[in-house]
Design a protein around this ligand. Structure first.
Ligand code: ATP
Ligand code: LTN
Length: 328
């Protein structure tokens, strides 16, 4: 039987954080044996917000190194850089012409990001979901493992694929989102009402995967909680709920047993326990990351092989789409 194909992407916009890991990357790593995997560093998406060119180049390779350190195995998964395959931007144009302004205007990420950065509201930011749809559809992905925030973009991807297939013939596979039951929406430690994000500013907002144990402990100690004393999974108490969910995902314990563990204990104990499990989870990745730093040319080689494999698939789908629509 043919393996299902997974495709997912991550932006090299900043340091990768615990939300990226629990919402997406952990699931990419865990399911490597089960699926055929294609993972993409989406640097063309990154330029929808202002980037320093030299830093963007560096962050792209740095992210590849972090992903390998997290457990992406180049023997099992294809890893490549989006801008190296021209077909992404080219298919996005074809999709643009098949997505209505109404549907695109409903995307909430555009509204959030343009509010956060009113000085650079560009057409690419508005159009971002069409490029994301192109990423996915080029590779005939069955499944797309992402965090909760990407659900709406996946719906748009499915809609445009279905519309294209209806109007021009069966060209695209209609993909499904794969959203984890826990960890799909890790919130900022300083503000548990907004999702942990690479582009947020607060010093105490996110746990980065390469943070030292000291930094991790300090950040958790300062995490916003509330004035109630009892430690329970209660979505209305966002700060404590966020800490408990992180603990739940990493400890793999049930909610009942976690609540039992913290009966009669205070927030200080909870914060310490969460910090410890995060530190222990990240330790082997941090060690591997340091080792990879010394392996000259290793990441470059993985990305080169990834590019060749990705190109083969992408060209085929793109040429098919061009034929269907009458461009060849
Ligand atoms: P930015 O905030 O700069 O837009 P980001 O932190 O959302 O960036 P992306 O590269 O856009 O990071 O996302 C990579 C993956 O991580 C996506 O699948 C996304 O759904 C997931 N993800 C991002 N933030 C979180 C979060 N706080 N909780 C769970 N998953 C998340
Ligand atoms: N839009 C996503 C990143 C992304 C992606 C993709 C995820 C770009 N292309 C394709 C899955 C599949 C984000 O902002 N997190």
């Amino acid at each position: 039987m043919l393996m299902k194909r997974v495709f997912s992407g991550i932006q090299p916009t900043g340091k990768i954080h615990l939300g990226n890991y629990l919402g997406a990357v952990k699931n990419w790593v865990d399911s490597q044996g089960e699926f055929e995997n294609i993972f993409c560093i989406v640097n063309s998406h990154a330029i929808t917000t202002t980037q320093n060119p030299q830093e963007l180049r560096e962050k792209t390779y740095e992210l590849a190194r972090v992903l390998i350190a997290c457990g992406i195995d180049p023997k099992k998964s294809c890893l490549f850089i989006q801008s190296e395959i021209d077909e992404h931007a080219a298919l996005a144009w074809i999709l643009d012409c098949n997505i209505s302004m109404g549907e695109m205007s409903r995307m909430t990420q555009f509204k959030d990001k343009s509010q956060k950065n009113p000085k650079n509201i560009n057409v690419g930011l508005f159009n971002y979901p069409a490029l994301m749809a192109a990423d996915i559809l080029l590779y005939n992905a069955d499944l797309v493992p992402v965090g909760e925030d990407q659900k709406q973009h996946l719906e748009l991807t499915r809609n445009v694929a279905q519309k294209f297939n209806r109007d021009f013939g069966e060209c695209f596979k209609v993909p499904e989102a794969l959203i984890p039951k826990v960890g799909a929406r890790v919130m900022g430690l300083d503000d548990p009402t907004s999702k942990m994000s690479k582009s947020a500013n607060g010093a105490n907002h996110a746990i980065f995967l390469m943070d030292t144990p000291d930094e991790i402990l300090k950040k958790f100690k300062k995490a916003t909680t509330d004035s109630e004393a009892c430690i329970r999974f209660d979505e209305n108490r966002a700060g404590v709920y966020n800490l408990l969910c992180i603990y739940e995902t990493l400890s793999k314990k049930t909610r009942e047993s976690i609540e039992g563990e913290f009966v009669g204990r205070g927030y200080g104990d909870l914060k310490k326990a969460v910090a410890e499990i995060v530190i222990e989870t990240l330790r082997p990745m941090q060690e591997k990351y340091q080792l990879l730093k010394n392996e000259q040319g290793y990441i470059e080689k993985i990305l080169e092989e990834g590019r060749e494999r990705a190109r083969e698939i992408a060209q085929k789908t793109y040429n098919q789409a061009k034929t269907f629509i009458g461009l060849v």
